[in-house]
Write a protein of this length. Structure first.
Length: 497
């Protein structure tokens, strides 16, 4: 498929417009300063960023062409060094994520001003510990009377990545581990509101990799990401694949790109609680997941549908485990403040970006009321028409909807997950209910009797990724997501038994 320049431009603008929807002045950072001086130099500045002499080392570049060229050269050097070098490079990233998590997590929190510091730190540690690397790439061998066949995994080359502000460095580090394991190099255009921490992380990763294997620029980053730099990465002939993490507009735009795209799309994960559930475990799990990083996780518990028989007991369990129940009037004030009219369609509500990832105390203050005690999660009973049920709101408030039976709960969960096929959570000890909901929801991650984080191996089993490719079907990404299969077939020889 060949796209016109206008179509490609439209795709990139849609991607970056979506990435720019962030409370920390992202629109200003995305488009550049509003001053007349900046406007008068936009064209000249963008031309310099797209093609000019590089002043960078250790992966940080001002110019897209130079970043891609450096990554291409580094990727070829990695291929020459062989499989072992990949593991050494990845070990450098893991070591930094774990040993420097506190410093880097603090830097990310101070830049983005969303989420929770303790969880910014933890996300880096678990990235270093649980994201899969070269061990995922196993050669498949077939042997028979007609000879042998081998299936192995080859790199694509240079992969272009767009990363979100919600998990800027963790997503970049996770992608880098997966992509380098496959033998690729990476050029990243981070969200403008998380660009400084992305740059600092890339610099540290490359410094360590150079010391370990002598190759610089396996991970490159644009120091000042803009619309122009993103478009240049999308268009660049030497970028062979895209990995884009973001909301619906980002996913749609990436899917229209002529390049192969791995799309980590949106989610609105529902929770169902039936009459057989362990209510204390359900309450503790909902709090653990929904409060994590102030509910910035795309897998986080966003709305709860609980059967009437245990509904009041579940709310009491939530309070016992530390969540704070809001009064109806407080819910009304929070709802009115947390959602605003869509700028292009006044009949629709959208999330107020100033509320995303903020602490419960801040949500209350911005809504004009105070909290009776400190808490990490707010909750309340609402009806299904409340915008908090429908919207992927990414803040530490969870609406609880009372339903007559588990069949109704599952149907509402299916409705408000919006067909994203992302994540759903169930608390039940009835195997028939577990089986039924698993089939109905058809999601990439289905968690039973635990917090959402268990679906990514944190408090559960399995491996971790911060890019969960639901629209394109890869699910939780691994090194196998970023490789090409190649087969060698030898007829009539090399079978030695």
């Amino acid at each position: 498929m060949i796209l016109s320049d206008a179509a490609i431009s439209r795709v990139v603008h849609e991607v970056l417009a979506e990435l720019g929807k962030h409370p920390a002045n992202s629109e200003r950072k995305l488009a550049g300063s509003a001053s007349s001086e900046r406007k008068s130099t936009t064209l000249a500045s963008s031309e310099r960023k797209l093609a000019g002499p590089s002043q960078s080392r250790f992966g940080v570049f001002n110019h897209v062409n130079d970043a891609v060229a450096a990554a291409s050269e580094a990727q070829r050097a990695l291929e020459r060094q062989g499989f072992e070098a990949r593991g050494k490079a990845i070990a450098c990233i893991r070591k930094i994520c774990i040993e420097q998590a506190e410093e880097l997590g603090r830097l990310e929190f101070e830049e983005t001003r969303i989420g929770r510091l303790d969880h910014k730190i933890e996300k880096l540690i678990v990235c270093g510990e649980r994201v899969p690397g070269v061990e995922f790439l196993k050669t498949h061998a077939y042997s028979g009377g007609n000879g042998i066949a081998l299936t192995e995994f080859a790199p694509f080359g240079v992969i272009g990545a767009i990363t979100p502000v919600t998990h800027s460095l963790p997503t970049l580090a996770c992608n880098a581990i997966n992509m380098l394991a496959g033998g690729n190099a990476v050029v990243c255009n981070p969200h403008p509101s998380g660009a400084r921490i992305a740059v600092e992380g890339v610099r540290r990763f490359n410094q360590a990799i150079v010391q370990a294997i002598g190759i610089d620029n396996l991970i490159t980053v644009i120091a000042e990401p803009t619309l122009e730099t993103a478009q240049a990465i999308f268009d660049h002939r030497d970028v062979k694949m895209l990995c884009v993490t973001g909301g619906p507009a980002v996913g749609r735009a990436a899917l229209r790109s002529p390049k192969r795209a791995i799309v980590a799309g949106p989610g609105n994960p529902p929770v169902v609680v039936d009459e057989t559930a362990d209510l204390d475990n359900a309450a503790a799990s909902i709090i653990r997941g929904a409060a994590y990083d102030n509910n910035l996780l795309c897998i986080g518990e966003k709305e709860v549908f609980a059967v009437d028989a245990i509904f009041d007991d579940l709310l009491a369990a939530m309070e016992r485990h530390g969540a704070l129940r809001l009064k109806p009037a407080e819910v009304d004030r929070l709802t009115k403040a947390a959602f605003v009219r869509h700028p292009e369609d006044a009949s629709k509500l959208v999330v107020n970006k100033d509320f995303i990832g903020q602490d419960p105390k801040v949500l209350a203050e911005k809504s004009g009321f105070g909290l009776s005690r400190p808490t990490e999660l707010l909750f309340a009973e609402t009806d299904e028409s409340n915008p908090f049920v429908e919207q992927e709101q990414m803040m530490p408030f969870v609406p609880f909807v009372r339903v007559k039976d588990v069949e109704t709960a599952i149907e509402l969960a299916r409705k408000y997950e919006h067909g994203f096929r992302h994540t759903a959570i169930l608390h039940s000890r009835n195997v028939d209910v577990i089986t039924h909901m698993g089939r109905v929801m058809d999601v990439s991650i289905f968690v039973v009797n635990g917090p959402c984080t268990a679906g990514l191996g944190v408090g559960g089993e399995g491996y971790l990724s911060y890019s969960i490719a639901t629209p394109t079907g890869e699910g939780v990404t691994t090194p196998l997501t970023f490789v090409r299969e190649r087969r060698l077939a030898v007829r009539g020889s090399l079978r030695v038994v």
